[in-house]
Write a protein that binds this ligand. Sequence first.
Ligand code: AMP
Ligand code: MG
Length: 504
Amino acid sequence: MATGVLVADTVEVVTTLFGFDNSFVRDLPGLYERWHATTASEPELLVLNEPLALGLGVDPAALRSAAGVEVLVGNVVPDGAEPVAQAYAGHQFGGFSPRLGDGRALLLGEVVDTAGRRRDLHLKGSGRTPFARGGDGLAAIGPMLREYLMCEAMAALRVPTTRALAVVATGDTVRRESMLPGAVFVRVASSHLRVGTFQYAASLEDPGVLSALLEHAIQRHYPDAADANVPALALIEAVMDAQADLIAHWMNLGFIHGVMNTDNVTISGETIDFGPCAFMDRYDPATVFSSIDHGGRYAYGNQPSIGQWNLARLAEPLLPVINADLDTAVEDATELLRTFPERYERRLVAGQAAKLGLDAEHPEAGALASDLLDLMHASQADFTTTWRRLSDVLRGDDAGVRAELSTASAAVDAWLDRFRSVHAAVGGPVDEIATGMDLVNPIYIPRNHLVEAALAAGSAGDLAPFEELSNVLADPFVERDGFERFAQPAPEGFLESYQTFCGT
Ligand code: AMP
Ligand code: MG
Protein backbone atom coordinates (compact mmCIF):
# COMPACT_ATOMS: atom_id res chain seq x y z
CA MET A 1 0.00 0.00 0.00
CA ALA A 2 2.79 2.34 0.89
CA THR A 3 4.77 2.42 -2.31
CA GLY A 4 5.27 5.92 -3.54
CA VAL A 5 5.03 7.39 -0.09
CA LEU A 6 8.77 7.95 -0.03
CA VAL A 7 8.54 10.83 -2.48
CA ALA A 8 5.41 12.49 -1.19
CA ASP A 9 5.86 13.17 2.47
CA THR A 10 2.40 14.48 3.17
CA VAL A 11 -0.28 13.46 5.61
CA GLU A 12 -2.75 12.72 2.78
CA VAL A 13 -0.49 10.15 1.24
CA VAL A 14 0.82 8.69 4.44
CA THR A 15 -2.63 8.20 5.92
CA THR A 16 -3.20 5.41 3.42
CA LEU A 17 -0.16 3.58 4.83
CA PHE A 18 -1.99 0.54 6.10
CA GLY A 19 -4.79 -1.35 4.44
CA PHE A 20 -7.18 -1.66 7.36
CA ASP A 21 -10.01 -4.14 7.74
CA ASN A 22 -11.43 -3.88 11.22
CA SER A 23 -13.29 -7.06 12.06
CA PHE A 24 -13.28 -6.54 15.84
CA VAL A 25 -15.05 -3.20 15.56
CA ARG A 26 -17.42 -4.60 12.95
CA ASP A 27 -18.33 -7.79 14.83
CA LEU A 28 -18.25 -6.82 18.47
CA PRO A 29 -20.08 -3.65 19.44
CA GLY A 30 -20.35 -3.67 23.22
CA LEU A 31 -16.72 -4.69 23.67
CA TYR A 32 -15.08 -1.35 22.97
CA GLU A 33 -15.36 2.42 23.15
CA ARG A 34 -14.38 4.49 20.15
CA TRP A 35 -11.56 6.75 21.27
CA HIS A 36 -8.57 8.75 20.12
CA ALA A 37 -5.03 9.22 21.36
CA THR A 38 -3.87 12.18 23.39
CA THR A 39 -1.78 14.46 21.19
CA ALA A 40 1.95 14.01 21.63
CA SER A 41 3.66 17.39 21.56
CA GLU A 42 6.92 16.48 19.85
CA PRO A 43 6.98 12.92 18.58
CA GLU A 44 10.32 11.38 17.79
CA LEU A 45 10.76 7.87 16.45
CA LEU A 46 13.16 5.93 18.67
CA VAL A 47 13.00 2.43 17.21
CA LEU A 48 11.30 0.91 14.17
CA ASN A 49 11.09 -2.77 13.33
CA GLU A 50 11.70 -2.60 9.58
CA PRO A 51 11.23 -6.30 8.76
CA LEU A 52 7.92 -6.28 10.63
CA ALA A 53 6.83 -3.12 8.79
CA LEU A 54 7.63 -4.78 5.47
CA GLY A 55 5.64 -7.84 6.56
CA LEU A 56 2.67 -5.55 7.16
CA GLY A 57 3.02 -4.30 3.62
CA VAL A 58 4.35 -0.90 4.62
CA ASP A 59 7.45 0.90 3.43
CA PRO A 60 9.63 1.52 6.52
CA ALA A 61 10.79 4.82 5.02
CA ALA A 62 7.20 6.01 5.00
CA LEU A 63 6.86 5.18 8.69
CA ARG A 64 10.08 7.06 9.41
CA SER A 65 8.81 10.19 7.67
CA ALA A 66 7.38 12.96 9.85
CA ALA A 67 3.87 12.06 8.77
CA GLY A 68 4.49 8.36 9.42
CA VAL A 69 5.64 9.13 12.96
CA GLU A 70 2.46 11.17 13.54
CA VAL A 71 0.50 8.03 12.70
CA LEU A 72 2.64 5.78 14.91
CA VAL A 73 2.27 8.06 17.92
CA GLY A 74 -1.50 8.40 17.46
CA ASN A 75 -1.58 12.09 16.51
CA VAL A 76 -3.04 11.32 13.09
CA VAL A 77 -5.68 8.66 12.50
CA PRO A 78 -4.77 7.01 9.20
CA ASP A 79 -7.43 6.30 6.60
CA GLY A 80 -9.34 3.16 7.42
CA ALA A 81 -8.32 3.05 11.08
CA GLU A 82 -11.09 3.01 13.68
CA PRO A 83 -9.32 3.49 16.98
CA VAL A 84 -11.03 1.90 19.98
CA ALA A 85 -10.21 1.14 23.58
CA GLN A 86 -11.08 -2.51 24.14
CA ALA A 87 -13.12 -3.61 27.12
CA TYR A 88 -12.10 -6.59 29.21
CA ALA A 89 -12.29 -7.87 32.75
CA GLY A 90 -9.66 -9.87 34.55
CA HIS A 91 -8.54 -11.81 37.57
CA GLN A 92 -5.58 -9.87 38.90
CA PHE A 93 -3.52 -11.91 41.38
CA GLY A 94 -6.62 -14.05 41.92
CA GLY A 95 -9.08 -11.20 42.59
CA PHE A 96 -11.71 -10.39 39.96
CA SER A 97 -11.91 -6.91 38.43
CA PRO A 98 -15.08 -6.76 36.32
CA ARG A 99 -13.96 -3.77 34.24
CA LEU A 100 -10.33 -3.24 33.27
CA GLY A 101 -10.04 -2.54 29.56
CA ASP A 102 -7.42 -0.55 27.68
CA GLY A 103 -6.70 2.21 30.16
CA ARG A 104 -3.78 3.57 28.21
CA ALA A 105 -3.96 1.78 24.89
CA LEU A 106 -5.89 1.81 21.62
CA LEU A 107 -6.54 -0.71 18.92
CA LEU A 108 -5.95 1.32 15.75
CA GLY A 109 -7.31 -1.37 13.49
CA GLU A 110 -6.47 -4.64 11.76
CA VAL A 111 -4.19 -5.18 8.80
CA VAL A 112 -3.97 -8.32 6.70
CA ASP A 113 -0.24 -8.82 6.30
CA THR A 114 1.71 -9.95 3.24
CA ALA A 115 1.40 -13.57 4.42
CA GLY A 116 -2.40 -13.21 4.61
CA ARG A 117 -2.52 -13.10 8.41
CA ARG A 118 -4.82 -10.66 10.18
CA ARG A 119 -2.81 -8.54 12.64
CA ASP A 120 -3.92 -5.94 15.18
CA LEU A 121 -2.12 -2.61 15.20
CA HIS A 122 -2.16 -1.29 18.73
CA LEU A 123 -0.80 1.75 20.58
CA LYS A 124 0.21 1.63 24.23
CA GLY A 125 0.84 4.77 26.28
CA SER A 126 -1.43 6.86 24.03
CA GLY A 127 -3.35 8.65 26.78
CA ARG A 128 -6.29 8.13 29.10
CA THR A 129 -9.33 6.26 27.84
CA PRO A 130 -12.75 5.61 29.40
CA PHE A 131 -11.09 2.59 31.06
CA ALA A 132 -8.23 4.53 32.63
CA ARG A 133 -9.67 4.51 36.18
CA GLY A 134 -7.03 6.28 38.30
CA GLY A 135 -4.24 5.89 35.74
CA ASP A 136 -2.69 8.68 33.69
CA GLY A 137 -2.89 6.72 30.45
CA LEU A 138 0.77 7.24 29.77
CA ALA A 139 3.97 5.24 29.54
CA ALA A 140 7.62 6.15 29.99
CA ILE A 141 10.36 5.49 27.44
CA GLY A 142 12.22 2.93 29.58
CA PRO A 143 9.35 0.46 30.04
CA MET A 144 8.27 0.81 26.39
CA LEU A 145 11.81 0.10 25.17
CA ARG A 146 11.78 -2.84 27.57
CA GLU A 147 8.59 -4.20 26.02
CA TYR A 148 10.07 -3.76 22.55
CA LEU A 149 13.28 -5.55 23.48
CA MET A 150 11.65 -8.47 25.31
CA CYS A 151 8.99 -8.92 22.65
CA GLU A 152 11.50 -9.14 19.84
CA ALA A 153 13.86 -11.34 21.87
CA MET A 154 10.99 -13.78 22.37
CA ALA A 155 10.24 -13.78 18.64
CA ALA A 156 13.90 -14.53 17.86
CA LEU A 157 13.77 -17.34 20.43
CA ARG A 158 10.83 -18.72 18.42
CA VAL A 159 8.31 -18.22 21.21
CA PRO A 160 4.75 -17.30 20.15
CA THR A 161 4.51 -13.61 20.93
CA THR A 162 2.98 -10.26 20.13
CA ARG A 163 5.45 -8.18 18.14
CA ALA A 164 7.01 -4.76 18.51
CA LEU A 165 6.70 -2.36 15.59
CA ALA A 166 7.96 0.89 17.08
CA VAL A 167 8.65 3.08 20.07
CA VAL A 168 7.96 6.79 19.64
CA ALA A 169 8.97 9.35 22.25
CA THR A 170 6.09 11.77 22.81
CA GLY A 171 8.10 14.80 23.86
CA ASP A 172 5.95 14.98 27.00
CA THR A 173 6.80 13.99 30.53
CA VAL A 174 5.23 11.31 32.67
CA ARG A 175 5.04 11.53 36.44
CA ARG A 176 6.24 8.36 38.14
CA GLU A 177 8.56 8.38 41.17
CA SER A 178 10.29 11.11 39.21
CA MET A 179 9.40 12.93 35.99
CA LEU A 180 10.23 10.72 33.02
CA PRO A 181 10.14 11.15 29.25
CA GLY A 182 6.99 9.64 27.74
CA ALA A 183 6.63 7.20 24.85
CA VAL A 184 4.10 5.24 22.82
CA PHE A 185 4.77 1.59 22.03
CA VAL A 186 3.29 0.25 18.80
CA ARG A 187 2.41 -3.41 19.02
CA VAL A 188 1.30 -5.98 16.48
CA ALA A 189 -0.67 -9.04 17.57
CA SER A 190 -2.72 -11.72 15.90
CA SER A 191 -5.47 -10.33 18.11
CA HIS A 192 -5.95 -8.75 21.51
CA LEU A 193 -8.66 -11.21 22.54
CA ARG A 194 -7.96 -12.33 26.07
CA VAL A 195 -9.51 -14.62 28.65
CA GLY A 196 -10.63 -11.35 30.24
CA THR A 197 -12.51 -10.40 27.05
CA PHE A 198 -14.77 -13.44 27.56
CA GLN A 199 -15.14 -12.64 31.24
CA TYR A 200 -16.27 -9.13 30.36
CA ALA A 201 -18.63 -10.22 27.56
CA ALA A 202 -20.36 -12.68 29.89
CA SER A 203 -20.99 -9.93 32.43
CA LEU A 204 -23.09 -7.90 29.97
CA GLU A 205 -26.88 -8.03 29.93
CA ASP A 206 -26.92 -8.98 26.26
CA PRO A 207 -26.05 -12.68 25.72
CA GLY A 208 -25.63 -11.92 22.01
CA VAL A 209 -22.28 -10.28 22.71
CA LEU A 210 -20.83 -13.48 24.18
CA SER A 211 -22.00 -15.56 21.20
CA ALA A 212 -20.65 -12.97 18.78
CA LEU A 213 -17.31 -13.01 20.60
CA LEU A 214 -17.21 -16.81 20.53
CA GLU A 215 -17.87 -16.84 16.81
CA HIS A 216 -15.33 -14.08 16.14
CA ALA A 217 -12.60 -15.79 18.18
CA ILE A 218 -13.22 -19.13 16.48
CA GLN A 219 -13.23 -17.62 12.98
CA ARG A 220 -10.10 -15.66 13.70
CA HIS A 221 -7.96 -18.22 15.49
CA TYR A 222 -9.38 -21.73 15.38
CA PRO A 223 -11.82 -22.02 12.45
CA ASP A 224 -12.01 -25.83 12.78
CA ALA A 225 -13.75 -25.39 16.13
CA ALA A 226 -16.80 -24.08 14.26
CA ASP A 227 -17.53 -27.61 13.02
CA ALA A 228 -17.25 -29.26 16.44
CA ASN A 229 -20.32 -30.62 18.27
CA VAL A 230 -19.81 -27.96 20.92
CA PRO A 231 -17.78 -25.10 19.41
CA ALA A 232 -17.23 -23.45 22.82
CA LEU A 233 -15.56 -26.62 24.15
CA ALA A 234 -13.50 -26.91 20.98
CA LEU A 235 -12.35 -23.31 21.44
CA ILE A 236 -11.34 -23.97 25.05
CA GLU A 237 -9.45 -27.06 23.94
CA ALA A 238 -7.61 -25.13 21.23
CA VAL A 239 -6.69 -22.35 23.66
CA MET A 240 -5.53 -24.99 26.16
CA ASP A 241 -3.16 -26.41 23.55
CA ALA A 242 -1.92 -22.97 22.57
CA GLN A 243 -1.31 -21.95 26.19
CA ALA A 244 0.29 -25.32 27.03
CA ASP A 245 2.63 -24.83 24.11
CA LEU A 246 3.40 -21.24 25.11
CA ILE A 247 4.11 -22.01 28.76
CA ALA A 248 6.28 -24.98 27.79
CA HIS A 249 8.34 -22.59 25.65
CA TRP A 250 8.66 -20.16 28.57
CA MET A 251 9.70 -22.90 30.96
CA ASN A 252 12.33 -24.28 28.62
CA LEU A 253 13.91 -20.85 28.31
CA GLY A 254 13.74 -19.81 31.97
CA PHE A 255 11.23 -17.04 31.17
CA ILE A 256 9.04 -15.64 33.93
CA HIS A 257 6.07 -13.64 32.63
CA GLY A 258 5.46 -12.10 36.02
CA VAL A 259 1.83 -11.03 35.65
CA MET A 260 -0.26 -13.93 34.35
CA ASN A 261 -3.55 -12.23 35.17
CA THR A 262 -6.45 -13.39 32.98
CA ASP A 263 -6.42 -10.04 31.15
CA ASN A 264 -2.88 -10.89 30.04
CA VAL A 265 -3.72 -14.36 28.71
CA THR A 266 -4.38 -14.33 24.98
CA ILE A 267 -6.78 -16.57 23.10
CA SER A 268 -4.16 -16.80 20.33
CA GLY A 269 -1.49 -18.20 22.67
CA GLU A 270 0.88 -15.29 22.05
CA THR A 271 2.91 -13.80 24.89
CA ILE A 272 1.51 -10.36 25.75
CA ASP A 273 2.28 -7.52 28.17
CA PHE A 274 5.92 -7.69 29.11
CA GLY A 275 5.79 -5.34 32.11
CA PRO A 276 7.54 -7.24 34.90
CA CYS A 277 8.79 -10.24 32.90
CA ALA A 278 12.40 -11.41 33.14
CA PHE A 279 14.63 -14.35 32.33
CA MET A 280 15.92 -16.35 35.24
CA ASP A 281 19.66 -16.53 35.73
CA ARG A 282 20.36 -19.09 38.45
CA TYR A 283 17.93 -21.94 38.27
CA ASP A 284 15.42 -21.88 41.10
CA PRO A 285 11.73 -22.68 40.50
CA ALA A 286 10.75 -20.20 43.23
CA THR A 287 12.24 -17.26 41.33
CA VAL A 288 10.08 -14.10 41.28
CA PHE A 289 11.25 -10.70 40.05
CA SER A 290 8.06 -8.63 40.13
CA SER A 291 7.97 -6.09 42.93
CA ILE A 292 4.23 -6.59 43.47
CA ASP A 293 4.19 -10.41 43.45
CA HIS A 294 4.64 -10.75 47.20
CA GLY A 295 3.16 -14.25 47.48
CA GLY A 296 5.12 -15.58 44.52
CA ARG A 297 1.87 -16.45 42.73
CA TYR A 298 3.57 -16.01 39.36
CA ALA A 299 6.92 -17.56 40.30
CA TYR A 300 8.68 -19.47 37.52
CA GLY A 301 7.63 -22.88 38.82
CA ASN A 302 3.98 -21.89 39.27
CA GLN A 303 3.41 -20.85 35.66
CA PRO A 304 1.95 -24.17 34.40
CA SER A 305 -0.57 -24.48 37.24
CA ILE A 306 -1.51 -20.81 36.92
CA GLY A 307 -2.00 -21.45 33.21
CA GLN A 308 -4.51 -24.16 34.04
CA TRP A 309 -6.25 -21.91 36.57
CA ASN A 310 -6.55 -19.16 33.95
CA LEU A 311 -8.09 -21.59 31.46
CA ALA A 312 -10.74 -22.49 34.01
CA ARG A 313 -11.55 -18.76 34.09
CA LEU A 314 -12.05 -18.95 30.30
CA ALA A 315 -14.43 -21.89 30.68
CA GLU A 316 -16.64 -20.21 33.29
CA PRO A 317 -18.13 -17.48 31.09
CA LEU A 318 -18.64 -20.05 28.32
CA LEU A 319 -20.69 -22.48 30.44
CA PRO A 320 -24.08 -21.22 29.14
CA VAL A 321 -23.01 -21.92 25.54
CA ILE A 322 -21.45 -25.29 26.39
CA ASN A 323 -24.74 -26.75 27.60
CA ALA A 324 -28.13 -25.34 28.59
CA ASP A 325 -27.96 -27.60 31.62
CA LEU A 326 -25.41 -26.01 33.92
CA ASP A 327 -24.38 -29.21 35.71
CA THR A 328 -23.64 -30.91 32.41
CA ALA A 329 -21.73 -27.87 31.20
CA VAL A 330 -19.58 -27.85 34.36
CA GLU A 331 -18.93 -31.59 34.04
CA ASP A 332 -17.88 -31.31 30.39
CA ALA A 333 -15.65 -28.30 30.99
CA THR A 334 -14.05 -29.86 34.06
CA GLU A 335 -13.29 -33.08 32.23
CA LEU A 336 -11.59 -31.10 29.48
CA LEU A 337 -9.64 -28.82 31.84
CA ARG A 338 -8.27 -31.85 33.67
CA THR A 339 -6.34 -32.75 30.53
CA PHE A 340 -4.23 -29.60 30.73
CA PRO A 341 -1.32 -31.06 32.78
CA GLU A 342 -0.96 -33.91 30.30
CA ARG A 343 -1.07 -31.54 27.30
CA TYR A 344 1.49 -29.26 28.92
CA GLU A 345 3.81 -32.04 30.07
CA ARG A 346 3.94 -33.57 26.60
CA ARG A 347 5.08 -30.26 25.12
CA LEU A 348 7.49 -29.51 27.94
CA VAL A 349 9.21 -32.88 27.61
CA ALA A 350 9.34 -32.65 23.82
CA GLY A 351 11.13 -29.32 24.25
CA GLN A 352 13.47 -30.76 26.87
CA ALA A 353 14.24 -33.69 24.61
CA ALA A 354 15.29 -31.27 21.87
CA LYS A 355 17.46 -29.40 24.38
CA LEU A 356 19.09 -32.73 25.24
CA GLY A 357 19.60 -33.61 21.59
CA LEU A 358 17.06 -36.44 21.74
CA ASP A 359 13.89 -37.27 19.83
CA ALA A 360 10.69 -35.90 21.32
CA GLU A 361 9.52 -39.41 22.16
CA HIS A 362 12.77 -40.64 23.71
CA PRO A 363 11.75 -42.48 26.92
CA GLU A 364 14.67 -41.11 28.98
CA ALA A 365 14.25 -37.44 28.03
CA GLY A 366 11.90 -36.34 30.81
CA ALA A 367 13.87 -37.99 33.61
CA LEU A 368 17.23 -36.80 32.28
CA ALA A 369 15.94 -33.24 32.09
CA SER A 370 14.38 -33.18 35.54
CA ASP A 371 17.49 -34.71 37.12
CA LEU A 372 19.61 -32.09 35.39
CA LEU A 373 17.31 -29.36 36.71
CA ASP A 374 17.70 -30.78 40.23
CA LEU A 375 21.48 -30.59 39.88
CA MET A 376 21.19 -27.06 38.54
CA HIS A 377 19.02 -26.05 41.47
CA ALA A 378 21.45 -27.57 44.02
CA SER A 379 24.38 -25.78 42.34
CA GLN A 380 22.59 -22.47 41.65
CA ALA A 381 23.70 -23.01 38.09
CA ASP A 382 23.01 -20.49 35.35
CA PHE A 383 20.00 -21.93 33.50
CA THR A 384 20.91 -20.68 30.03
CA THR A 385 24.63 -21.50 30.21
CA THR A 386 24.13 -25.02 31.55
CA TRP A 387 21.77 -25.98 28.74
CA ARG A 388 23.96 -24.32 26.14
CA ARG A 389 27.12 -26.11 27.27
CA LEU A 390 25.48 -29.53 27.05
CA SER A 391 26.30 -29.81 23.35
CA ASP A 392 30.01 -29.54 24.25
CA VAL A 393 29.67 -32.71 26.32
CA LEU A 394 28.78 -34.58 23.15
CA ARG A 395 31.78 -32.99 21.47
CA GLY A 396 33.97 -34.41 24.26
CA ASP A 397 34.28 -31.35 26.51
CA ASP A 398 32.31 -31.32 29.75
CA ALA A 399 34.22 -28.49 31.46
CA GLY A 400 31.51 -25.91 30.72
CA VAL A 401 28.73 -27.96 32.27
CA ARG A 402 30.92 -28.96 35.23
CA ALA A 403 31.75 -25.30 35.91
CA GLU A 404 28.03 -24.63 36.34
CA LEU A 405 27.17 -27.79 38.30
CA SER A 406 30.01 -27.24 40.69
CA THR A 407 28.66 -28.78 43.88
CA ALA A 408 27.50 -32.41 44.00
CA SER A 409 30.26 -33.87 41.86
CA ALA A 410 29.48 -37.61 42.19
CA ALA A 411 25.91 -36.89 41.13
CA VAL A 412 27.19 -34.76 38.25
CA ASP A 413 29.50 -37.61 37.13
CA ALA A 414 26.58 -40.01 37.24
CA TRP A 415 24.34 -37.67 35.25
CA LEU A 416 26.98 -37.01 32.59
CA ASP A 417 27.62 -40.78 32.24
CA ARG A 418 23.92 -41.36 31.79
CA PHE A 419 23.63 -38.55 29.23
CA ARG A 420 26.56 -39.92 27.23
CA SER A 421 25.32 -43.49 27.36
CA VAL A 422 21.81 -42.52 26.23
CA HIS A 423 23.42 -40.80 23.24
CA ALA A 424 25.77 -43.72 22.64
CA ALA A 425 22.75 -46.02 22.51
CA VAL A 426 21.00 -43.71 20.03
CA GLY A 427 24.21 -43.68 18.03
CA GLY A 428 23.48 -40.68 15.82
CA PRO A 429 26.06 -38.38 14.20
CA VAL A 430 27.42 -36.54 17.27
CA ASP A 431 28.41 -33.30 15.52
CA GLU A 432 25.05 -32.96 13.88
CA ILE A 433 23.21 -33.64 17.14
CA ALA A 434 25.37 -31.11 18.99
CA THR A 435 24.70 -28.50 16.31
CA GLY A 436 20.98 -29.22 16.58
CA MET A 437 21.12 -28.67 20.34
CA ASP A 438 22.70 -25.27 19.78
CA LEU A 439 19.71 -24.35 17.66
CA VAL A 440 17.37 -24.74 20.63
CA ASN A 441 19.58 -23.77 23.59
CA PRO A 442 20.27 -20.04 23.15
CA ILE A 443 23.61 -18.54 24.03
CA TYR A 444 22.18 -15.01 24.29
CA ILE A 445 19.07 -14.11 26.28
CA PRO A 446 17.99 -10.66 27.55
CA ARG A 447 20.03 -10.84 30.74
CA ASN A 448 18.60 -8.53 33.36
CA HIS A 449 21.72 -6.46 33.99
CA LEU A 450 22.18 -5.86 30.25
CA VAL A 451 18.52 -4.94 29.77
CA GLU A 452 18.62 -2.46 32.64
CA ALA A 453 21.82 -0.84 31.36
CA ALA A 454 20.38 -0.52 27.84
CA LEU A 455 17.14 1.02 29.13
CA ALA A 456 18.89 3.45 31.44
CA ALA A 457 21.00 4.71 28.54
CA GLY A 458 17.96 4.76 26.21
CA SER A 459 15.86 6.80 28.64
CA ALA A 460 18.73 9.27 28.87
CA GLY A 461 18.84 9.64 25.09
CA ASP A 462 21.62 7.19 24.18
CA LEU A 463 20.10 4.36 22.15
CA ALA A 464 23.41 2.73 21.19
CA PRO A 465 23.42 0.09 23.98
CA PHE A 466 19.75 -0.72 23.22
CA GLU A 467 20.53 -1.18 19.54
CA GLU A 468 23.58 -3.29 20.27
CA LEU A 469 21.67 -5.56 22.64
CA SER A 470 18.75 -5.83 20.18
CA ASN A 471 21.22 -6.81 17.50
CA VAL A 472 22.73 -9.56 19.67
CA LEU A 473 19.31 -10.89 20.68
CA ALA A 474 18.08 -10.99 17.10
CA ASP A 475 20.23 -14.09 16.56
CA PRO A 476 20.29 -15.81 19.96
CA PHE A 477 21.47 -19.26 18.92
CA VAL A 478 24.70 -18.43 17.08
CA GLU A 479 27.75 -17.76 19.25
CA ARG A 480 29.76 -14.85 17.86
CA ASP A 481 33.22 -13.51 18.61
CA GLY A 482 33.24 -10.22 20.44
CA PHE A 483 29.87 -10.86 22.09
CA GLU A 484 31.26 -12.74 25.10
CA ARG A 485 29.96 -10.26 27.64
CA PHE A 486 26.39 -10.79 26.43
CA ALA A 487 26.57 -14.43 27.54
CA GLN A 488 28.00 -13.67 30.96
CA PRO A 489 25.89 -13.84 34.14
CA ALA A 490 25.02 -10.70 36.09
CA PRO A 491 27.79 -9.18 38.17
CA GLU A 492 28.05 -10.37 41.77
CA GLY A 493 25.31 -8.84 43.92
CA PHE A 494 23.07 -7.64 41.03
CA LEU A 495 20.43 -10.36 41.31
CA GLU A 496 20.03 -10.10 45.08
CA SER A 497 18.23 -6.79 44.73
CA TYR A 498 16.85 -7.05 41.20
CA GLN A 499 13.15 -6.22 40.88
CA THR A 500 10.82 -5.60 37.96
CA PHE A 501 7.72 -3.41 37.79
CA CYS A 502 4.20 -3.59 36.33
CA GLY A 503 2.13 -0.97 34.54
CA THR A 504 5.01 1.48 34.52
P1 AMP B 1 -1.22 -4.52 32.96
O1 AMP B 1 -1.01 -5.20 34.27
O2 AMP B 1 -0.11 -3.64 32.52
O3 AMP B 1 -1.62 -5.48 31.89
O4 AMP B 1 -2.44 -3.49 33.17
C1 AMP B 1 -3.59 -3.81 33.90
C2 AMP B 1 -4.67 -2.77 33.67
O5 AMP B 1 -4.24 -1.48 34.12
C3 AMP B 1 -5.09 -2.57 32.23
O6 AMP B 1 -6.46 -2.35 32.23
C4 AMP B 1 -4.32 -1.35 31.81
O7 AMP B 1 -4.94 -0.66 30.74
C5 AMP B 1 -4.35 -0.51 33.08
N1 AMP B 1 -3.22 0.44 33.18
C6 AMP B 1 -1.93 0.17 33.45
N2 AMP B 1 -1.20 1.29 33.49
C7 AMP B 1 -2.04 2.32 33.25
C8 AMP B 1 -1.91 3.75 33.17
N3 AMP B 1 -0.73 4.36 33.35
N4 AMP B 1 -3.02 4.48 32.91
C9 AMP B 1 -4.21 3.90 32.72
N5 AMP B 1 -4.41 2.57 32.79
C10 AMP B 1 -3.34 1.78 33.05
MG1 MG C 1 -2.39 -6.13 30.38
